[in-house]
Ligand binder design. Structure first.
Ligand code: PLP
Length: 379
C-alpha cells in the first residue's frame, strides 16, 4: 500500500480536476484566440476558470496571469519587477529560507550587479519584522518572500511586511511566493499590500505545468515572453486550457473547504506528534510550524538518506526537505542554525486531507525498522 506523506512536494491530481482536463483535451479543445464560435467557447471557459482562480486570490481576473508553475511565477515576478524598475535602485530584500526558485533568481541578479539582503530566520524558522525594518534602504526596489515555508511550515508576517514596505519604501514592489499557502489559508494580496503573488497548481490537486501570477492593477513589470498577445501580452503563448480547467476545478474544490481540511490535517499532525512522543521520545521537532500541513522532525543518529531508503522499501514516501534540493542538506534548517546532526537526520512530513492515521502508523513502523537497522549496523 502506497503511503504518500510528501504533499508539499506535489499532490495527487483530484478526479474532478482530471475529468475537467480530459474534457477540455478531448471535447472543448478550441483555441481561445480563434475568431470563430468554437474558439469563443474555449475563450468563455478560460474566462470562467480565470475568475475561479482570481476568486481564490481575492483579485480581479485582469490581475491574474497564468504561468507554467510556481518557479516561473517567482522568476517572472523577481526579474520582471527589477528589470522594469532598474532606474529606481539595485537593492533587493529576501529571506534565507526561500524556495530555490526565488533564491536562485536573486543569486543570478547578484551576478548582474544587484545587491541582495537575505533576512535570517530565528531557530523556529520565523523572520522578524524588525530585521526587515533594518534591511530596507532608499534604493530597495523589491521585497520578495514566501507566505508559508515549504520545509518547516512557518508563516511569514506578510501583512506587517507589506505595511512596513509601503511606509518606508513606497516605490519598492512586494512579491509573495504563496505556493504553499494556496488552499491552505486564505490568500489576501490586497490586505497584505502585495504587488505580485505567485501560486502553483500541482500543490493543490491540479496537474504539474500550471501556476499563476497576480499582478496588482497599475503595477508594471517586464513581460516574461514576447509573442501573440495572450495574457495581456505579458506572458504570451496559447493558453494550456486543460491544465487551466483542472487548476480552476481544484481551486474551487479546495477553497470551499479550507477550514474543514485544516481541521482534519491538524488531527493528523497531532496524532503524529503523540505517536512520536510515545515511540520515539528522542525525536526532535525542527521549527515552530504555524500550519499543520508540514512537519519536520529529526531522528538524531539516523541519517535521513538511510531512513528514506528503508521507508521507500515499504512504499512510504516523505522527504528530507524540498524536492528541488534533490537530497542536498536543507538550506532552511542550516539558516535556522540547527546542529549538523539534526539537519542530517531530518524528515519532512507533509499532509493532504486524505491522509489517514494508518498512513502515520505505517510511517512510524518503517522509521522504527530503519532506526533498528542503523543501530544494528553500528554495533
Ligand atoms: N515556492 C515554494 C514555496 C515551493 O514549495 C515550490 C515547490 O516546491 C515552488 C515555489 C516551486 O513551484 P513549482 O514546483 O510549481 O515550480
Amino acid at each position: 500500500m502506497l503511503v504518500y506523506l510528501d504533499n508539499a512536494a506535489t499532490t495527487q491530481v483530484c478526479p474532478q480536476a482530471a475529468r475537467a482536463a480530459l474534457e477540455v483535451m478531448t471535447e472543448e479543445f478550441g483555441n481561445p484566440s480563434s475568431r470563430y464560435a468554437w474558439g469563443g467557447r474555449a475563450a468563455a471557459r478560460l474566462r470562467e476558470d480565470r475568475q475561479t482562480v482570481a476568486d481564490a486570490l481575492g483579485c480581479a481576473p485582469e490581475e491574474l496571469f497564468f504561468t507554467s508553475c510556481g518557479t516561473e511565477g517567482d522568476n517572472w515576478a523577481v526579474r520582471g519587477a527589477v528589470r522594469y524598475n532598474r532606474h529606481k535602485g539595485k537593492h533587493i530584500v529576501t529571506t534565507a529560507i526561500e524556495h530555490s526558485a526565488t533564491l536562485n533568481a536573486c543569486r543570478r541578479l547578484e551576478q548582474e550587479g544587484y545587491e541582495v539582503t537575505y533576512l535570517e530566520p530565528d531557530e523556529g524558522g520565523h523572520i522578524s519584522v524588525a530585521d526587515l525594518r533594518a534591511a530596507l534602504r532608499p534604493d530597495t526596489v523589491l521585497l520578495t518572500c514566501m507566505l508559508v515555508n515549504n520545509e518547516v511550515g512557518t508563516i511569514l508576517p506578510v501583512k506587517e511586511f507589506g505595511k512596513l514596505l509601503r511606509k518606508k519604501c513606497p516605490n519598492a514592489l512586494f512579491h509573495i511566493d504563496a505556493v504553499q499557502g494556496l488552499a491552505r489559508i486564505p490568500i489576501k494580496p490586497r490586505l497584505w499590500n502585495a504587488d505580485l503573488l505567485s501560486v502553483s497548481g500541482h500543490k493543490i490537486g491540479a496537474p504539474k505545468g500550471i501556476g499563476a501570477l497576480y499582478i496588482r492593477k497599475g503595477v508594471h513589470i517586464a513581460p516574461l515572453l514576447y509573442g501573440g498577445g495572450q495574457e495581456r501580452g505579458l506572458r504570451p503563448g496559447t493558453e494550456p486550457l486543460p491544465n487551466i480547467a483542472a487548476f480552476g476545478t481544484a481551486c474551487r474544490l479546495r477553497e470551499s473547504c479550507i477550514e474543514q481540511n485544516a481541521a482534519r490535517v491538524s488531527e493528523l499532525a497531532d496524532y503524529l506528534e503523540t505517536q512520536l512522543a510515545q515511540r520515539f521520545p528522542w525525536a526532535v521537532q525542527n521549527g515552530s510550524p504555524d500550519l499543520p500541513y508540514v512537519r519536520n522532525y529529526s531522528f538524531p543518529g539516523c541519517k535521513s538518506e538511510v531512513l528514506l531508503r528503508v521507508l521507500e522499501m515499504h512504499e512510504v514516501y516523505v522527504s528530507s526537505g524540498s524536492a528541488c534540493n534533490k537530497g542536498r542538506a536543507s538550506h532552511v534548517l542550516a539558516a535556522m542554525k540547527l546542529p549538523h546532526e539534526r539537519i542530517d537526520s531530518a524528515l519532512r512530513i507533509s499532509f493532504s486531507p486524505s491522509n489517514t492515521e494508518a498512513d502515520i502508523d505505517a510511517l512510524l513502523d518503517a522509521v522504527a525498522e530503519g532506526a533498528q537497522r542503523l543501530k544494528r549496523d553500528e554495533t
